[in-house]
Design a binder for this molecule. Structure first.
Ligand code: NAD
Ligand code: MG
Length: 302
């Protein structure tokens, strides 16, 4: 009998990677957290991502490019042939240095532009600086995000609500608006939303709203920019093993079992989602716009 469960993989390339499964160690970091302090360290594709020239000569700005999903995207874009500028908070300089070194190893331009994107003037400076140093811009990845859990709406302060919206929604608006001065036909914008946009957790009241706003922004802007030949899409991650979760994104007891309830039984690693960004960025995908592509370990949210 043909038992599919006992079949051997056809090749080494099909073998399941042995990524970490819960339980994880108790770990807490102050915001914004460092990838270098996570236990176990996330896999951003440092040793595994292999490019094939899909983004040769492209010029990308990636917010939150120091760690997590943004770092994995930066590594993948550079290995596909793109020059890359990353933004991050000054407290994350040590993580950012690791990324810059990896990009330089690929022989790509690697530009570090630290600063707080909750400030509109900084967002305008960031885009101009990236475009000046890269001599143009044709890929924008709005990926930076703030997630701080809060059990009750009564404890959610205006200051915290505002910081989440400024980081996740306003900055995306300011950066995208500024980038339109540079983005040519064929350019792509990719926004990081979340499964939270569709299945909001009760403890992520503000964060989930911002992620829903990102979906609406993506679809609306895709309509506006279609005639200019600029595609706008979003990626919706499920539970991914990144610093965001360990610095207030989830209660500690949830970190210890993070990803357990996904059908794959573990959190995703940033390296596992970067290929979606590459595909959306690539000119091969020239008819996909206004889409939200999900990667969430099997829950089938989207
Ligand atoms: P991460 O902590 O590694 O990356 C988030 C980055 O946002 C930080 O590195 C930081 O540089 C940046 N950032 C935060 N506030 C900022 C500010 N005021 N100014 C400038 N930069 C700021 O975590 P991640 O999980 O890789 O997060 C990337 C994106 O993925 C976020 O938008 C997050 O909401 C989204 N996401 C993550 C998960 C997950 O499970 N990790 C799930 C769904 C969506
Ligand atoms: Mg970081």
């Amino acid at each position: 009998m043909n038992d599919i469960f006992n079949r051997q993989p056809l090749s080494a390339a099909l073998e399941e990677k042995s990524y970490p499964v819960p339980p994880f160690e108790h770990q807490q970091q102050p915001f914004p957290g460092l990838a270098s302090k996570m236990k176990p360290l996330p896999d951003h594709g440092e040793t595994s991502y292999r490019g094939s020239g899909r983004l040769q000569g492209r010029k990308a700005l990636i917010t939150g490019g120091d760690s997590g999903i943004g770092r994995a995207v930066a590594i993948a874009f550079a290995r596909e042939g793109a020059d890359v500028a990353i933004n991050y908070l000054p407290e994350e300089e040590s993580d950012a240095r690791e990324v810059i070194a990896l990009l330089q190893e690929e022989g790509r331009k690697a530009i570090a532009i630290p600063g707080d994107i909750r400030d509109e003037a900084f967002c305008q400076y960031l885009v101009k600086q990236a475009a000046d140093e890269l001599a143009g811009l044709d890929l924008l990845v709005n990926n930076a995000g703030r997630q701080q859990y809060c059990e009750s709406i009564k404890d959610l302060t205006t200051e915290s609500f505002d910081a989440t919206f400024k980081t996740n929604v306003y900055a995306m608006f300011w950066i995208t608006k500024a980038a339109l001065d540079y983005l040519p036909r064929g350019a792509a914008i990719i926004n990081t939303t979340s499964v939270q946009a569709f299945k909001p957790s009760e403890i992520l009241l503000d964060y989930a709203q911002t992620k829903a706003a990102i979906v609406a922004f993506t679809k609306s802007l895709a309509g506006q920019l279609g005639s200019q030949g600029i595609r706008v899409n979003a990626v919706a991650p499920g539970p991914y093993w990144t610093a965001l979760q360990c610095c207030g994104g989830q209660p500690q007891e949830k970190i210890e079992v993070f990803g357990q309830s996904a059908p794959l039984g573990r959190p995703g690693q940033p390296a596992e989602i970067a290929p979606l960004y590459v595909t959306l960025a690539s000119a091969e995908n020239s008819y996909a716009s206004g889409q939200v592509w999900c990667s969430d370990g099997g829950t089938g949210t989207l």
